[in-house]
Design a protein around this ligand. Structure first.
Ligand code: SAM
Length: 333
């Protein structure tokens, strides 16, 4: 009989985000702004067998959704193998296997992800203009990412979600253009507020474009209707286009409208640390526990005790807020 992981605030934990690598081929300024980040030595990273074993245990504990992320998860050459192994967990309670990528490798590998058993994909796209895309990501590859989105669609990795982090002075003027893109390509556009998770610790509140402003910018061109007022543990507030056009809008506003009360997420870093919140300042080494030859039952005890330490909420808006030392690329977005 499967149990359900719960934290000390009785929140069921159903959603595991697994970072499979801390390496990335992009240098998004809101994530890795200052040159080459230190990458963990290979022996500290979880092998695909370890990822499979740990995910198997989490599924036994009631995890229904696994999202693979990074760094850039497609920089791992065994990503299809990881997906194939994790897809087998669908017979044991896993319902949804997703991946977040910058899209660079998709033109040639979208089909192999689908064939390996991936259900869904989220692709990051911060601008539809080549020069802004290059300024934000550090690489001049907008056309290739657009080809990647088309390849994901042809491979049947639908519904496709597109993530755009909106940052003041960079891409806020493009918000309605992104909505037009969602309508034209029938994708779910997700607008994300800029969070203090950049390695340079350069984040400033003035750079945040609020969810409210994002919605207003879209509605100047395309009126929206809320999809589901009871969003449960979803990070996004979702909208459809009032004129019934294809596509969908989601606004993720963790800074101005925190949704911690319904959080169902837990994270595993590429070097095997459990993080109970994106903004945790402490981590718990599941890797060491697993490598110590600990029994499955003791590993379960360890996971349950860590989950009980999940923070009630993040503290971004408190005066004494301390940003986590690791950037999103290490934590896994
Ligand atoms: N490399 C993959 C990608 O580009 O999608 C997966 C990892 S990336 C860290 C996951 C998501 O986190 C991306 O959509 C990225 O835009 C978002 N992200 C990174 N740093 C962020 C920040 N400081 N604030 C908000 N979102 C951020």
């Amino acid at each position: 009989m499967s149990t359900v992981l719960k934290d000390s605030y009785h929140r069921p934990i159903r959603d595991l985000r697994v970072s499979v690598t801390d390496r990335c081929n992009f240098r998004c300024f809101y994530c890795l702004p200052h040159g080459e980040p230190p990458i963990a030595p290979k022996e500290q990273m979880l092998s695909y067998e370890e990822i499979e074993y740990i995910c198997d245990i989490f599924v036994e504990l009631g995890i229904e959704k696994i999202r693979l992320t990074g760094g850039e998860p497609m920089m791992r050459r065994d990503i299809e193998q990881i997906i194939y192994k994790l897809a087998q967990l669908k017979t044991r309670g896993l319902r949804d296997l997703a991946l977040t990528t910058n899209g660079y490798f998709l033109p040639h590998r979208a089909q192999s992800l689908k064939d390996a058993g991936l259900d869904r994909i989220t692709i990051s796209l911060d601008s539809l203009k080549s020069d802004v895309f290059k300024r934000m990501t550090g690489v001049d590859v907008l056309d290739r990412v657009l080809q990647g989105i088309a390849a994901a669609k042809s491979a049947g990795l639908q519904p496709i979600k597109i993530n755009a982090v909106i940052v003041r002075g960079h891409n806020e003027e493009e918000v309605a253009d992104f909505a037009a893109f969602a309508r034209e390509h029938d994708v779910k556009m997700r607008f994300i507020e800029f969070m203090p998770l950049d390695s340079g610790h350069d984040w400033s509140r003035e750079d945040v474009v609020s969810g409210r402003e994002i919605r207003a910018r879209i509605e100047e061109r395309f009126p929206l209707e809320p999809i589901d007022i009871h969003r449960g543990s979803e990070t996004a507030t979702r909208y459809r286009f009032a004129d019934d056009a294809p596509g969908e809008i989601g606004i993720i506003a963790p800074v101005t409208e925190p949704f911690c009360g319904a959080c169902s997420r837990i994270r595993l870093t590429a070097d095997g640390q459990i993080r109970t919140c994106l903004f945790s300042t402490v981590e718990h080494s599941l890797r060491d526990v697993v490598r110590d030859g600990t029994s499955r039952g003791e590993i379960i005890d360890f996971i349950e005790s860590v989950v009980m330490k999940k923070e009630p909420r993040h503290y971004i808006n408190d005066p004494g807020f301390v940003a986590p030392s690791r950037s999103m690329s290490f934590i896994g977005g």
